[in-house]
Design a protein around this ligand. Structure first.
Ligand code: HGY
Ligand code: MN
Ligand code: MN
Length: 416
């Protein structure tokens, strides 16, 4: 077969149709998706993906964390596979493309290679990583984290959701707990296509993000203990209002993140107020602070200042406070050879591109610890994600998948 030419492209219509078909499973209430990890909707999406992969001639592997591996044979049985993929689970008010584009673009690679009867030295494996989002079960990237040896499988199985249901039990219940040992698979390389989930590529008018790094993440769960009391008859000086303490702490979180502008970010997305009754002063609040930065020293500083400032606020208000680190990973530098394969693919195809640091966390951030890894990003409209209005164009999806195809074929070595 001729060298990989710029005219070698995927089937954009077929990719888009598959994205729209998957989006019908676990619909949200505003055009997006609510297909949370190890729910029945997750299982339905997994079955559809598995059916498509089998129709494309793949064999399907499944490990004890429910990670799915659709395998396309290579010509050299001893060559380690090239893995591609992302996640099919979504936020409760998620979009149609976060993670899903990375899985279904991998499937589109196999379909295109089948159409053109392309054979490669290295096998190709398309992966669906379980519980990337970390919304129902913290932390994010749970199963890829077990695969990379970050978390033990038992610890992961014991994670509980807001209803007290354990992850391992739910994975078993939906019938997607496989037998394969997690992490036993060895990879030649891993590539992940993902929407940017930020505004940079669209604002810069670029079709492709060549992701050189991923920023680090820190999740600290804070529990404040005040005192339930009547919101009407309790005099203001007597109150132990845990909600008020949280408000003052969240204002400090904003101040701490802005003190490291322009790259650091901070917010609380998870907030639980108890008893959450209109006429009861909240005696307890539990919330999670999400700090991120490309610089580990900045993350460490933000974590330390949060604990110091929050403790001082609660001491002054006569309330108890507890901190628990519930997630996090250091900033990531992706593999230069894989990153260059992405960059040269974009150049060969004539797609506008720029180097990018990923603002969001991805399974690739953990897989980078066990295999040479790189990411490709495509723009998303207004940089919006983790919102049902998340949107991308068919052209952006196709361009990202074309780059994935070329980067993978360059790495997998075409034999015919
Ligand atoms: O939190 C993240 O960055 C990813 O969306 N799980
Ligand atoms: Mn994602
Ligand atoms: Mn996400």
């Amino acid at each position: 077969m001729a060298a990989i030419g710029e005219n070698l492209k995927i089937n954009s219509e077929r990719l888009w149709d598959s994205l729209m078909e998957m989006a019908k499973i676990g619909p949200g209430v505003a055009g997006g998706n609510n297909r949370q990890t190890v729910t029945d909707e997750d299982s339905e999406g997994r079955h559809l993906f598995q059916d498509w992969c089998k129709a494309a001639g793949c064999t399907m592997g499944l490990d004890q964390m429910g990670n799915m591996f659709a395998h396309r044979e290579g010509t050299d049985p001893d060559a380690l596979p090239i893995y591609v993929g992302s996640h099919l689970d979504t936020q409760p008010t998620g979009g149609k493309y976060d993670g899903v584009l990375g899985v279904l673009s991998g499937l589109e690679l196999l379909r295109t290679m089948n159409d053109l009867d392309i054979k490669t030295k290295h096998p190709i494996v398309v992966t669906n990583w379980t519980n990337e989002e970390g919304t129902r079960y913290a932390p994010a990237m749970l199963a890829s984290g077990v695969f990379a040896g970050i978390h033990t499988q038992d610890w992961a199985y014991d994670r509980v959701d807001a209803e007290g249901k354990a992850f391992g039990d739910e994975l078993q219940r939906i019938g997607w707990r496989g037998d394969e040992e997690v992490g036993a698979r060895k990879m030649h390389a891993f590539f992940e296509l993902h929407i940017e989930q930020g505004p940079i590529l669209e604002a810069e008018g670029k079709q492709i993000g060549v992701v050189t790094h991923g920023q680090g993440l820190s999740w600290t769960q804070v529990t404040i203990t005040g005192k339930d009391a009547h919101t009407g008859s309790t005099p203001m000086p007597m109150r132990k209002n845990a909600g008020l303490a949280m408000a003052r702490i969240l204002d400090k979180v904003e101040e701490i993140a802005l003190s490291h502008a322009p790259h650091a970010v901070g917010a609380a997305g998870h907030i639980a107020v108890y008893p959450n009754s209109r006429n009861v002063i909240p005696g307890k609040v539990v919330f999670t602070i999400d700090f991120r930065s490309p610089d580990l020293a900045v993350i460490t500083d933000m974590e330390a200042r949060l604990r110091l400032e929050a403790q001082a606020i609660c001491d002054a208000m006569g309330m108890g406070i507890e901190f628990e680190k519930v997630g996090g990973f250091d900033p990531v530098a992706f593999d230069e050879t894989c990153v260059q394969a992405v960059r040269s693919a974009a150049e060969r195809l004539g797609y506008s591109h720029m180097d990018l640091i990923s603002g969001a966390g991805h399974d690739a951030c953990w897989i980078n610890k066990v295999a040479p890894t790189a990411m490709i990003m495509c723009p998303c409209v207004d940089g919006l994600s983790h919102n049902e209005a998340e949107e991308i164009s068919q052209e952006w999806a196709a361009a990202g998948t074309d780059v994935l195809l070329h980067a993978v074929l360059e790495t997998a070595i075409i034999t015919t």
